[in-house]
Each structure stands twice: as structure tokens, then as C-alpha cells.
Design a protein around this ligand. Structure first.
Ligand SMILES: Cc1ncc(COP(=O)(O)O)c(C=O)c1O
Length: 465
């Protein structure tokens, strides 16, 4: 045995120790504050230290208590951002993923992992009504959006050989920041990202999209892609997918759907997502609304050839040695990544352990929890709902009786949010809704109960006092 290896008995003993820590953590989740009692300097004092030239052995595991106590736990009352709650079967799978240490580059490197990834990607596509799409798992929605737009650019305005040739991307003004980042990284340039106004329900206005495309075409510009949001990050609005597909395709542009937040809700409310399958590419995030531990995003696409056109560029050392269509397959021909983690194992175990129906029920509960909170807000005379609740994001603010100017209300609600987080009973985040500071709760949490949801209004009112 070499010095960096562990004897089997030692591995078992340490792994059990960690499993005990994890089990105790899960058992105490409900009683833990939703944000730890910590500060920047406290955390640095505990976790910073000299580079350890000599190891101290198993004693390192005694520091795990500190890590847990200074982490924001996946509490039943965590409603911040858009972040799934970490399903435990998938968490167990992640340990084995690291032990197996498969590099999911190509079948020749990791036969089971590649095959399982194909299987789960097919399941995800089928579950949201896009049967027949293929794709790959990613680190999240941001890389999936970047890859979708890279495919669009290479199809409509090829740039891989000669560099970016111009072109325009269209999205609503509510689009996620990852789209602005993607057009910058792809050399399209953020000045060529047209942010189209939204209607009262925060959905892209189709007439304005049509007008923007026509105006660009008249001045000789090439429409590369329309990005439709299937669940905007602020309010969960779903753009009119069918109309956007029609407009994009009529102008020879690609339709990319950013479904990182919302698309997986199609397993529970398919009627909201009709026409999702008209997308050319589509991002979705199992680490959001399928409760998988980070990281687990996904890009689906209709035409694998378009993915290969954008991404295939292999060095000789990595090229497939087999002509067999299964054994010659390489994810790096259809993805930005070369070395890739075995993300599919957790999904494969988690989906087979619980069955899709259990996830469908959990998403339904999240949707119902958002409606429950919206109703309580509307019933409260000091609270104002700031956007329709289409999915599971609820944006609202406290409006004291003596009504104040907008700036003052914004400061008042920012202060409320800080106090709510400090109190540690629920965790909320924020959004900007037409210039108004909104306190925002987003339900993508399989642990949340109806009583937990009621706690949101109680906490905001208590913090306002
Ligand atoms: C609509 C939308 N798109 C993209 C993303 C980015 O996803 P990720 O954080 O997995 O990169 C998010 C994240 O919240 C999102 O809500």
C-alpha cells in the first residue's frame, strides 16, 4: 500500500464516521437556524491556516463539526434563490461517484457511466415532454445556456474557424444573467443582446420581439437565437413558447429555452409548458427542481449533429478507437467539457429509488406552497404581492400603513430581509421588480411543510416590527 492509500478497514471506519456526521446533520436539520451564527472573520479564523506540510491523519475529520456549524443548512425553511434541497439517495450516490472516479469523457473511458448518462438524459427529456431529444449533464444552468447558445451561433453564424461574425440574440428583460455572460463569452457582444420588454405577467412581448428582429434584419444583421425563459429567475414567468418558436424559426433563428429554474415543473404541470419541445436547445437543472445535490444541470438538444458542429475538436490521443456507434461515442464531441464527473449516478439511483411520481408530488407541493404563501400575503393588509405567482417564486414587500416613497420602501424591505436572515427561522432572498425591492421566497424544497410556509409571513411581519 502506498502512503496516500488507506487500508480497507481504515476506509470503512472513516467513511462510517462521516456517514454518522451526515446522519446526525440530517436529523437536526429542522432545529438548525436557517443561517448559521457566523461572520466573515470568524469563518476565516476557523478555516484559514498554514499549508499543512505534514498530515495529522484521521484527526482532520474532527473539523467537520465546524464546517457543518458554519454552513447554511438545506433546511425545510430555506426558500432563497433557486436551489434544490439535496435528496439523500443522490447524496449517498455522490460518495460512490468519487470512489469510482469515472472520467465520463467517452465510452472507451467509462462504459457504465456513459450509458447511464444517456439513459437519465433520455428520461429527463421524456419527463418534460421532449422525448427524443439528446444531450448531456452539465455543472448547472449557466454552462448549459452557454452551450445552447454556442450551438446556435455555430449553426446560424459559424465562428469556430474564423471568429465571431456578428449576429443578434433576443431575450426578455427578465432573462437570467447567464445569458448576458454567454453572449459576451461567445464574442457576440452584450450590445447585440436585445432585451425585449415584458407584459404585466413578466412574459416577453411577442410583437416587440418581431419588431426588433425585423429592424435588425433591415440593417443587415443576422438573428442568431431567441432565448425563451421557461421560468424567469425573478418571478417564474414562462414566456409564450409557441409564439417565440414560431417567430424564431420564421426568421431562421435558433430557439433556446432557458428552463434552468422551471422546465422540470413540466413533470407536475405539463399544461404550463406546452411547446417546450419546439426548442432547438433547452437547459434544465436537476439540482434545482429535482432536488439533486449540486452539481447537476443538463442541456437537451434536438439535433446531435448541431452539437458536434459546435463542440467536436478532438486531439488524436482522445479519439475513439471504435467505429461502433455505442462504443465510439464521446461526450466531448457534444460538450464544452472533456474531463467530466459521473453526475448521472445520483440521478439514476434517486429516480429509480423514489420513482418519478414521488418527484411529481414534491413539485406539486412546491407549487401549492407558493399559492399558499401568495394567499396569506394578499390577506395581510401590510403586505403587497409584487408579481403573479406562475410557478413557485413569490415576490412581495412590506408596506407600512403610513405609505413611504419608493426609495424608502426599498430600504425598509432590504432591512427586513437582512433581519429575517439574521433571525434564522426562514431563509429568503430578494429580487428587483420594476425597481421595487422585493422579498422573495422560492419553493424548490422537498422538506418543506405547510407550517413552514406559514412561517414566512410571520417572520417578515416580526422583522418589520
Ligand atoms: C432562469 C435561470 N437560468 C439560469 C440559471 C443558472 O443556473 P446555475 O445556477 O445552475 O448555473 C438560473 C439560476 O438560478 C436560473 O434561475
Amino acid at each position: 500500500m502506498t502512503p496516500l492509500d488507506l487500508a480497507p478497514e481504515e476506509f470503512r471506519r472513516l467513511a462510517h464516521q462521516v456517514i454518522d456526521v451526515a446522519t446526525e446533520f440530517l436529523q437536526t436539520l429542522d432545529s438548525r437556524p436557517t443561517f448559521p451564527s457566523t461572520s466573515g472573520t470568524t469563518a476565516e479564523k476557523i478555516f484559514d491556516g498554514p499549508l499543512p506540510e505534514q498530515g495529522i491523519g484521521p484527526a482532520v475529520f474532527s473539523s467537520l463539526g465546524d464546517v457543518l456549524n458554519h454552513s447554511r443548512p438545506p433546511s425545510p425553511r430555506f426558500f432563497g434563490y433557486v436551489l434544490g434541497s439535496g435528496e439523500p439517495v443522490a447524496a449517498i450516490a455522490d460518495l460512490l461517484t468519487s470512489v469510482l472516479n469515472q472520467n465520463v469523457t467517452a465510452w472507451r473511458s467509462s462504459p457504465a457511466a456513459v450509458t447511464i448518462e444517456h439513459t437519465v438524459v433520455g428520461w429527463l427529456a421524456e419527463a418534460i415532454g421532449c422525448k427524443g431529444f439528446s444531450g448531456s449533464l452539465t455543472g448547472g444552468g449557466s454552462p448549459a445556456n452557454l452551450m445552447g447558445l454556442a450551438m446556435a451561433r455555430e449553426k446560424i453564424a459559424p465562428a469556430n474557424e474564423r471568429g465571431a461574425q456578428g449576429g443578434v440574440v433576443y431575450a426578455s428583460e427578465e432573462v437570467h444573467m447567464s445569458i448576458g455572460k454567454s453572449v459576451a463569452l461567445l464574442g457576440i457582444g452584450r450590445e447585440n443582446l436585445r432585451l425585449i420588454p415584458v407584459d404585466d405577467a413578466f412574459r416577453m412581448r411577442t410583437k416587440e420581439l418581431e419588431a426588433a428582429i425585423q429592424s435588425d434584419v433591415q440593417t443587415g444583421k443576422t438573428p442568431i437565437a431567441v432565448v425563451a425563459s421557461a421560468g424567469t429567475v425573478n418571478t417564474g414567468a414562462i414566456d409564450p413558447l409557441r409564439e417565440l418558436a414560431d417567430i424564431a424559426h420564421r426568421h431562421g433563428a435558433w430557439l433556446h429555452v432557458d428552463g434552468a429554474y422551471g422546465a422540470l415543473a413540466a413533470i407536475a404541470a405539463p399544461e404550463k409548458f406546452a411547446a417546450l419541445n419546439l426548442a432547438d436547445s433547452l437547459s434544465l437543472d436537476p439540482h434545482k427542481w429535482l432536488y439533486q445535490p449540486l452539481d447537476c444541470g443538463c442541456l437537451l438538444f434536438r439535433d446531435p449533429e448541431a452539437a458536434r458542429r459546435a463542440f467536436s475538436h478532438a486531439g488524436d490521443y482522445a479519439k475513439a478507437l471504435s467505429q461502433d456507434p455505442i462504443e465510439g461515442f464521446a461526450f466531448f464531441d457534444e460538450s464544452i467539457e472533456l474531463s467530466r464527473r459521473f453526475r448521472a449516478l445520483k440521478l439514476w439511483l434517486s429516480l429509480r429509488y423514489h420513482g418519478l411520481n414521488a418527484f411529481r408530488d414534491a413539485v406539486r407541493r412546491d407549487l401549492a406552497h407558493a399559492q399558499q404563501l401568495a394567499t396569506r400575503i394578499q390577506q395581510h393588509s401590510d403586505l403587497e404581492l409584487l408579481a403573479p405567482v406562475e410557478l413557485s417564486a413569490v415576490c412581495f414587500r412590506h408596506v407600512p400603513r403610513a405609505s413611504a416613497a419608493q426609495d424608502e420602501l426599498n430600504r425598509h424591505n432590504a432591512a427586513i430581509l437582512q433581519r429575517v436572515v439574521q433571525r434564522g427561522r426562514v431563509y429568503l432572498s430578494n429580487a428587483s421588480i420594476r425597481g421595487k425591492f422585493a422579498v422573495r421566497a422560492c419553493f424548490v424544497n422537498h422538506r418543506t411543510t405547510d407550517a413552514d410556509v406559514d412561517g414566512v409571513v410571520d417572520e417578515v411581519i416580526a422583522a418589520a416590527k
